[in-house]
Design a protein around this ligand. Sequence first.
Ligand code: SF4
Length: 474
Amino acid sequence: MRMLEVLLKGHDKFYGVTDVVRLFYDGVTEDKSAGRVICESAPDAKLICELDLSGRSVTSWGAKRYIPQGRILEPGREIKRSLYLAMRELAGHDVPWGCLTGIRPTLVASEENSPEALVRDYYVREDKARIACETAREELRLLDRIPEESVNIYVGIPFCPSRCSYCSFIAEDTAHHMDRLTAYEKALEGEIRLLAPRINREIATLYVGGGTPTVLPDAEFARLLDCIYNNMSIKDNTEVTVEAGRPDTITAYKLEAMKEHGISRICINPQTMRTDTLAKLNRRHTAEDVVSIYRLAASMGFDLINMDLIAGLPFEDASSHVDSVKALIDLQPANITVHTLYKKRRATLDKSVVMDRDDTRGSVDDAVREGYDLLYEAGYHPYYMYRQKDTGHGLENTGFAKGDTGCLYNVAMMTDFRDVLSFGAGGSSKRCFIQAEGPDSKRRVERCATIKDAIGYIARYEEMAERKAGFFEL
Ligand code: SF4
């Protein structure tokens, strides 16, 4: 059988090896008993990836040897370097983030604090190295505004008015599950009443996300906000965000209910400003709906509005995404977040439409670059960044903000330096511990998962509340 085989020698960093091969090819598997990683979609080749006695990585491909120059990194990072050099020759192209795998490029960027080091030692492309370092600095600046001893709260409503064809989230479609939404909202209120009054720490941020929280009917939506505010100690200056997501779920009544509680940060997410694409993706709103809801919210005093876009959507080319960026810049929201589509296991969308790497890599990359340039020109700067596993093009998601409007919750969530307590199905709570102070300060993160599906949560929300109370020692 023809396939790529990478033999591991002198180390057992299967994860890192798999991650690097996956940057170039799909269908990568670990064969631990044979000490190798294999990939049937790659060209026929046998590589040996080893750490030599000095700790430097060396990858051999027949008579060729790939040896990174300069300083030696810690083993987990070091083995990726030589393997990346071999893989890029095998594939015949680079990838934008070089051998920097993992979901948080800003973590390494903040450690290195130098675009040159990312380019030289991790083979990151220069533009990505620059934006990673800039974002890392901004993340740290925002992180400083979230007290270490505080907690950040997430409240999740995993329901949407229809299921976007690219979605792999657990969100349920209310067209078929309205009864379940009502039962879920009652369970969620139950969990909030059980657990929230026991929170004995300052609440730094609150994020009501989904799904689409505004899919709740007007009265239930207002009732949920009342429940949150009656049971949690939320101060006037606490950052509170509501993901209003789909414009087709936002009403003047819900906006008014949020205003009454002093909430001014919301998300209105078009994903694209092309109505024909929206219809093909099973999103039941138009680009005009986005504009009119944005204007309504702005006229009511919502001055911190985030809008999400996705680059690399099927049925679109680079210019479609760039046009969407321009359309949002015209609206001047405080935040614009640019995502890149990634392979989602549960998505209904035909993956061949989305993820033909050879067809899409270059154009999505170009679209993202041009979009970023426009955002910089319009006065936005990046403030948080993450990548998802299996991005077809190895690209990232970046939140841009105007002035000092970056969302603290996003930073708390993405940097594993602050605690998050989540309510509702599917949310993950985490506690971050400092293991050692000083320049070599190390952190340890512990997580507490909640049952993922709405039906299970409705039946077991009390147990979930107790589990988290134990986890947070409340
Ligand atoms: S709005 Fe988001 S969570 Fe809801 S179906 Fe679409 S992608 Fe999934």
